[in-house]
Structure formats: structure tokens, C-alpha cells
Design a protein around this ligand. Structure first.
Ligand code: GLV
Ligand code: MN
Ligand code: MN
Length: 411
């Protein structure tokens, strides 16, 4: 059997790629409940069993591996779904490090006064249904049934997607765990930014995760003949959307550096070279470290977009699809993680996460902490994502030292 290591975690992430584990022939794309996701569950489940864990798939399609016994469990989680044209490590590395953590404990037969449960969440990215972190929200018990009312780009409902995977939307909320049985939540994740690399540090301690809000905008004009409609008489939904996107860029760019705004997806109909576009649908993603920064920016975007639509004679419908407040990590857990990193002779660099994580869902409910791992050139959500396996080894050592502190503090 291969001995537990960060190198092995990186190898496992690399093995979870290619045709079997992607639903797109040309790049890595593993949306929630797609066939690649279901095959990934099988493979990761084997790795969990090899690490001495019992496994199950819960009612929301999360793979759960449990190591050890105890009335309470530390959840070590991250996600195995991916964005479109993804890298290998955003999500899977945290899951594989959780498995390696259990493998390391298992190798010495170490018994803890609490169990460790590694959760491979099924949907964090929201890249299939417009509802990110659906699966961790089910586990935390913070999901509203209205969240089930989503369809994917092919028009398939969440209920039907669950059925194809042998699951039942009527039982989705059964994935909920009683917080009284959760000791806390730990997530390891690549930084997805350039700070650690710039400071020549392999690991960082997340202090808080930025607030985020997403909208779907639907701009409706009038489709018409590209040759006969004089420019001054058009109601072009696409040029209107273009002006809206530039307004979002301007508003976000005028704020503090933690305020960011992105239009990541756009579709224009009917989509022909000789037809003035009649309808455009696009997404808006706004984030900031505090609500004091995010909320005025959101209000400015909403009002500016409506003003542009009115001036151009277009109709604008804005639907909020996702909203999360800023999520501070728990001071006691952060301190234990910092001591764990320092015990390796490393600086425990505090860092704010601009990216969203499943940890955001757990931090209001149980003590939560996040360990960041340096990634090459800060690149993520991109196939060029790269992690030094030696950094992953350090992350595993820090997680083991964190477990020592948690055990010592366990009453
Ligand atoms: C997840 O990767 C997000 O921050 O959107
Ligand atoms: Mn991501
Ligand atoms: Mn992620």
C-alpha cells in the first residue's frame, strides 16, 4: 500500500481527470450528478476504503468517508465538482488531503476521541444548476426547498438529475447533520490567488471568506433584420448588455481592491449574423470582504443597469440566484491551525479568501477553519492550475498537527 502523503493526494487529483472523469471530451468539466461525477464518487470511495474509512453516499449525492469512532465528528471537506475547463486541484485537493490524513492515522492505528468524516461535496461551483454549494447547505441544514426549483442548461430539473443518479429530491434534506454531532469543519484548498507565492510561503490561514451575490440578468429588446433596421430605431439587447457589463466593470473598479464584479456567462438570441439580437441572458457575480462594501456596489449596479435599459427601450429582469454573507473562520480553530503551521517552522500567514468555499456554509454553524496551499502563478479555474507536491506534504503535516491540538483540547 502507498504510504500517506501530500504527493499521493496530488497524484489522486491528477488521476481524477481524463475521459472517465470529465463530461467534456476536450477539457475537464465535472458537473454535479453528471456521469463523470458519479464515476469520480466510485473511485474516491475506493481510496477512502484503502485509507481505513467506511463510505456512504448521502441523500444529496455527497460521498462521505468516516474514520474512527466517537459521538462527534470533525468534518474535513471540499468538493469534487468542477467549473468548465477546470484545473485538477480546485476542490479535489482538499478531499484527497482529508483522505491522506485518515490514511496517515490509520497507518499507525491511531484512535482519536472523535471521528473524522471526509465529505466530497457534490456541488460547490454551481456550474450545473444556478445554486452553488447546494450539497454543503443540505448537510448544514440551511437549505430552503425553494432551492430545488432549478434547471440546468439542458432544461433538466434537479429532481430529474437526482433520479438519474438513483437519488430522490424528496429525501434531499435528509443529508442534514445535527450540529451537536459536529466537532468542527476543516477545509484545505489551493489559494487560487498569488499572495502566498509572492511571499514565498507554502501555506496560509484563512481569516474570513468574502461575501458574494449572484444575479441572472435577462435583457429583452426586439429581434429584427440586420439590414433594414436603422441604427437609431433598434432595440438591440446585446449592445444594451454590453453597456451594462461595462457599467459593472466601472462600478467594481471604482471600489476598494476587495470589491470585484464578473460577468462570466452570456448568451444572445436568436444568435445569427443577420439578426439584431432580441434577448440576452448573462450572469453577474459581485464579491467583497464586507457587506459595507458589497451592498452599496450591488445597489449601484442594479440602479445603473435599470437606467441603461430604460434609456435604450429595453426590458431588464434581474433575478438574484445566490447570496452569502462574509464568513469569518473560528478564532479557536484558526489559532490551532496557525500553531500547527508554525510547528513546521513556517510562518502562519493570515489571508482573506476572495473565492467561495463550502467552509462558508459551515462557519455560522460549527467552528470552521481553512488552510490555503500555494498554487503556481495564483492561477485557478483554469487547466493551468498547478500545485507543488512538497507544499501538499506540508499541508498534510499541518493537518496532522491540527488534529493533535484538537485532540488535546477535546474535553
Ligand atoms: C468558487 O470557486 C467560487 O468562488 O465561485
Ligand atoms: Mn472553484
Ligand atoms: Mn473550490
Amino acid at each position: 500500500m502507498v504510504s500517506a502523503s501530500g504527493h499521493e493526494a496530488v497524484r489522486q487529483c491528477d488521476a481524477l481527470t481524463g475521459q472517465l472523469y470529465s463530461d467534456h471530451a476536450d477539457y475537464l468539466f465535472r458537473p454535479y450528478l453528471g456521469s463523470a461525477h458519479l464515476r469520480a464518487i466510485e473511485r474516491v470511495s475506493e481510496w477512502m476504503s484503502d485509507a481505513g474509512m467506511t463510505t456512504r453516499v448521502d441523500a444529496a449525492g455527497n460521498l462521505v468517508g468516516r474514520y474512527g469512532e466517537g459521538a462527534k465528528a470533525l468534518i474535513v471537506g471540499s468538493h469534487i465538482d468542477s467549473v468548465r475547463d477546470a484545473g485538477n486541484y480546485d476542490g479535489p485537493l482538499g478531499v484527497m488531503l482529508g483522505i491522506q490524513l485518515c490514511a496517515a492515522l490509520n497507518a499507525t492505528g491511531r484512535k482519536l476521541p472523535f471521528a473524522i468524516e471526509v465529505y466530497a461535496f457534490g456541488d460547490e461551483e454551481g456550474s450545473r444548476f444556478p445554486a452553488p454549494m447546494l450539497c454543503s447547505r443540505a448537510v448544514a441544514g440551511t437549505l430552503n426547498v425553494a432551492a430545488f426549483d432549478v434547471v440546468d442548461a439542458q432544461g433538466m430539473t434537479l429532481a430529474d438529475a437526482l433520479t438519474t443518479a438513483g437519488l430522490d429530491v424528496g429525501h434531499f434534506l435528509d443529508a442534514k447533520r445535527d450540529p451537536a454531532g459536529i466537532l468542527g469543519y476543516l477545509e484545505a484548498h489551493i489559494e487560487q490567488g498569488p499572495v502566498l507565492e509572492a511571499e514565498d510561503l507554502p501555506l496560509g490561514i484563512v481569516t474570513a471568506i468574502a461575501a458574494q451575490i449572484r444575479y441572472q440578468a435577462r435583457v429583452t429588446g426586439v429581434a429584427g433584420h440586420a439590414g433594414t433596421n436603422a441604427m437609431s430605431l433598434r432595440k438591440d439587447a446585446l449592445t444594451g448588455a454590453a453597456e451594462m457589463m461595462l457599467a459593472i466593470e466601472r462600478i467594481a473598479g471604482a471600489g476598494p481592491s476587495d470589491l470585484v464584479g464578473t460577468v462570466g456567462r452570456l448568451s444572445a438570441a436568436p444568435g445569427a449574423p443577420n439578426v439584431v439580437p432580441g434577448e440576452v441572458v448573462f450572469t453577474i457575480d459581485l464579491r467583497a470582504g464586507t457587506l459595507e462594501t458589497l451592498q452599496p456596489a450591488e445597489a449601484a449596479v442594479v440602479s445603473e443597469l435599470h437606467a441603461i435599459a430604460a434609456r435604450r427601450g429595453l426590458t431588464l429582469q434581474l433575478d438574484c440566484t445566490h447570496q452569502l454573507p462574509p464568513s469569518p473562520c473560528a478564532p479557536a480553530f484558526r489559532a490551532m491551525l496557525s500553531r500547527a503551521v508554525e510547528s513546521l517552522g513556517l510562518k502562519a500567514r493570515d489571508i482573506v479568501s476572495g473565492a467561495g468555499h463550502d467552509a462558508m456554509i459551515f462557519s455560522p454553524i460549527v467552528p470552521s477553519a481553512m488552510l490555503f496551499i500555494r498554487c503556481k502563478d495564483g492561477i485557478s479555474h483554469n487547466p493551468l492550475e498547478s500545485v507543488d507536491p512538497d507544499d501538499a506534504d506540508l499541508a498534510l503535516k499541518a493537518m496532522l498537527a491540527f488534529i493533535d491540538h484538537l485532540e488535546a483540547a477535546y474535553a
